[in-house]
Design a binder for this molecule. Structure first.
Ligand code: HEC
Ligand code: HEC
Ligand code: HEC
Ligand code: HEC
Ligand code: HEC
Length: 190
């Protein structure tokens, strides 16, 4: 066989492997791992090392075609938009997570406990998704609600507004004074 034919056959073989890998994710990954050293093992946490600048653009996204299509609209959480469902969900049981929050979020995001002396209740408790939609949102920062509505989803408006500290706040946002994640002390000031 002439050399160009060999190259041609070899590329058909490789392309075939890649195509095959789309249907059989786990097999595909290990095959590709042999070809290119850059492809991580299927251990999902290893895909997501933050010191690689967050998440890796995974061209071998194995959830394509298996899961419902994602319509781009509003603000899309990067891994959701890339259909990297398995970076958060167990593939075999979509309803379950690979790890509970907040650890799930800290796979890719900075640990808020390292940034603040004192954490806001729901942050400490791992209720990130009470404020952020983990998939997409019509609001910036994937927030479920904006303005006071976000805070009054949990805090009783009446009691907060009765507090003399909150007199004459017209036009001010709760987050002008309070940090939604944490702060120096329990009042989580900005
Ligand atoms: C960044 C992590 C993350 C990614 C990526 C992700 N999810 Fe989720 N998903 C969650 C969390 C957290 C919940 C639970 C939501 C809650 O607390 O209300 C959830 C809930 C769900 C639910 C239950 C119904 C609902 O919407 O609450 C479905 C179905 C689902 N996800 C499908 C998907 C699919 C399909 C993909 C990929 C296209 C995906 N998820 C990607 C984190 C993620
Ligand atoms: C697989 C990695 C991964 C996981 C897990 C993950 N994120 Fe993200 N998230 C990203 C990336 C990548 C971005 C885009 C970062 C950027 O643009 O700087 C992002 C952005 C965000 C943003 C900012 C969106 C914006 O519009 O600026 C929020 C809020 C967020 N993530 C919340 C969460 C929460 C809450 C969880 C846990 C339920 C979570 N993330 C889990 C990868 C991840
Ligand atoms: C009480 C509601 C609330 C909770 C709970 C919460 N967040 Fe946020 N988060 C916010 C708000 C509000 C912003 C927007 C802050 C801003 O724009 O200054 C934000 C912004 C972010 C951003 C984007 C930061 C940036 O600078 O763009 C990330 C990432 C994030 N949150 C992750 C998390 C994670 C991870 C958790 C859980 C450990 C969490 N959040 C829990 C309200 C919340
Ligand atoms: C998902 C529910 C939830 C949301 C949404 C929420 N909080 Fe909280 N917040 C809590 C919990 C729980 C505590 C802890 C209460 C405790 O320890 O007594 C807390 C405590 C606080 C405290 C300290 C109060 C104290 O006496 O310890 C402040 C200030 C605060 N939140 C402000 C806000 C602001 C501002 C927002 C909107 C950006 C907000 N919260 C949204 C649940 C929430
Ligand atoms: C001008 C700054 C400022 C703004 C804006 C502000 N707060 Fe406060 N908040 C404070 C101060 C100061 C305290 C009291 C701290 C203390 O008692 O030492 C406080 C206390 C709190 C507390 C704990 C005491 C209580 O009343 O339960 C909560 C919860 C709280 N704020 C929520 C909110 C919410 C929700 C909003 C938006 C509607 C908001 N704050 C807007 C400054 C502010």
């Amino acid at each position: 066989m002439k050399l160009p034919d060999k190259i041609c056959l070899a590329s058909i073989f490789i392309v075939g492997m890649i195509l095959f890998s789309q249907c059989s994710p786990y097999a595909g990954k290990s095959v590709l791992h042999i070809f290119f050293d850059g492809v991580p093992e299927t251990d999902s946490t290893s895909l997501l090392s933050t010191d690689q600048g967050g998440i890796q653009a995974d061209s071998l996204d194995y959830s394509k075609g298996i899961l419902a299509s994602v319509e781009p609209e509003g603000f899309i959480h990067y891994p959701y938009g890339e259909r990297e469902c398995a970076s958060c969900h167990n593939e075999q049981a979509l309803g379950t997570m690979i790890e509970p929050q907040p650890g799930l979020c800290y796979i890719c995001h900075e640990d808020l406990a390292e940034q603040y002396n004192y954490l806001h209740g729901p942050v400490a408790g791992g209720y990130c998704s009470a404020c952020h939609d983990p998939h997409k949102s019509e609001h910036e920062k994937l927030l479920r609600y904006t303005g006071e509505a976000l805070c009054f989803y949990c805090h009783e408006a009446e009691s907060v507004l009765q507090n003399e500290m909150h007199e004459g706040l017209d036009g001010m946002l709760c987050t002008d004074c309070h940090n939604p994640h944490g702060g120096e002390d329990k009042y989580i000031f900005q």
